[in-house]
Design a protein around this ligand. Structure first.
Ligand code: TXA
Ligand code: MG
Length: 350
């Protein structure tokens, strides 16, 4: 299949292109599109055959449910059993935006879309191209991140093409995304709301609206012995091809340790990479050094992380060391993704 890549300017949306993209989805095809978080791979959420195609194109296990994207809040009630008070409040506060809510699904949503679960994930993105496309596609677009399973989520159309060219009908190219990490997922089906995946909407922001909010224990650890509640979080994710290790501890000790390791890799003839920050980018002797920016600017980190991981792949880096970027807000989401990319390989220095 030939994949058409078409540029769409969010500020001046080409209605004809959006109409065509909508028609493709209505006919059961797949279209990748930009959102404010990452690019999504969209199909008709109410058509079981479309969801099967999404799994196939991504190479994704079909027990891993998809997020249903809507373009207006009123669309929610048809796909869920009921809209709890908390969902109304969260929608008022954060939709359109990078928040996904898990609710009980209605019969309208096929089991294929929810990976066989009785619950459905719903999000209303804020990207204007995404909203126009969802509307044109019939109002309910199932969309996982538009990467092949196991690869970092795409933050630009060229990364979608790298992974999915020839497997889908169309890519709407809206340039670089704004945020760079996937939406926060909050489960509203279990009594106290639980965060299943951290993101731009932080625990504190949710707590300000809802009062009590809990966190799935598997978010920053892998030793809890429990399976994550979001099925997708259990798979090795966001993985670069090279072996990534996070080195945490005092700056000086981290720099010395990483440089010693790099020395060893060089002797073995391995190509090396480092994820450093503004203050440390000059100190490493790696083949490829990437600057994640100012560690206190968590949003900038979030925006760069997946691109950096993909660039290491493009340059065939074999061994990667990263400084630690633990933070309280969006930094938690960054660390959650970095830990997954590293398969939880962390060395803590004193
Ligand atoms: O920002 C985002 O959320 C992006 C853009 C495209 O909107 N989408 C995205 O989708 O990240 P995906 O499929 O890559 O991740 C969805 C996550 C998976 O970990 C999945 O297991 C979880 O949401 N999920 C979906 N439905 C669920 C449900 N009913 N219960 C629990 N977890 C669910
Ligand atoms: Mg994904």
């Amino acid at each position: 299949m030939e994949t058409r890549i078409v540029c769409v300017d969010e500020k001046n949306i080409d209605k004809e292109v959006i109409r065509e993209a909508g028609e493709i989805v209505k006919a059961g095809g797949l279209v990748a599109f930009p959102t404010e978080t990452v690019y999504g791979l969209g199909g008709d959420a109410l058509n079981p055959a479309s969801s099967r195609k999404i799994y196939e194109a991504k190479g994704r296990p079909s027990d891993n449910p998809l997020i249903v994207h809507i373009a207006k809040v009123e669309a929610l009630s048809a796909i869920v059993k009921r809209v709890p008070e908390e969902a109304v409040k969260l929608a008022q506060a954060f939709w359109p935006g990078p928040l996904t809510m898990i609710l009980e699904k209605s019969d309208l949503v096929p089991a294929e879309t929810t990976g066989g679960l009785e619950t459905v994930a719903v999000r209303m993105p804020s990207h204007r191209t995404a909203l126009a496309f969802i509307e044109a596609a019939g109002g309910y677009v199932a969309a996982p991140s538009a990467n092949r399973s196991g690869r970092p989520s795409p933050t630009a159309a060229r990364y979608v093409a790298q992974d999915l060219d020839g497997r889908i009908e169309m890519i709407l190219d809206g340039g670089d995304v704004e945020l760079g990490l996937e939406s926060t997922i909050v489960d509203l089906t279990a009594g106290t709301p639980v965060i299943l995946r951290p993101g731009y909407i932080t625990r504190q922001m949710l707590a300000d609206i809802l009062g009590r909010v809990e966190e799935d224990v598997t978010i920053l650890r892998d030793d809890s012995g429990q399976a994550p509640k979001a099925p997708g979080m259990k798979y090795r994710h966001y993985a670069p091809k090279g072996e990534l290790t996070i080195i945490a501890g005092p700056k000086q000790a981290v720099a010395e340790y990483i440089n010693r390791q790099l020395e060893g890799c060089r002797r073995e003839g391995k190509k090396t990479g480092v994820i450093a920050s503004d203050a440390t980018i000059g100190v490493y002797q790696a083949d490829v050094c990437k600057n994640a920016g100012d560690p206190l600017d968590e949003s900038a980190l979030a925006k760069r992380l997946y691109r950096i991981l993909r660039e290491f792949d493009d340059e065939d880096v074999e061994i990667i060391y990263s400084e630690s970027f633990a933070g309280a807000g969006v930094g938690q989401a960054v660390m959650n993704r970095l830990l997954k990319a590293a398969g939880h390989r962390v060395i803590e220095l004193k």
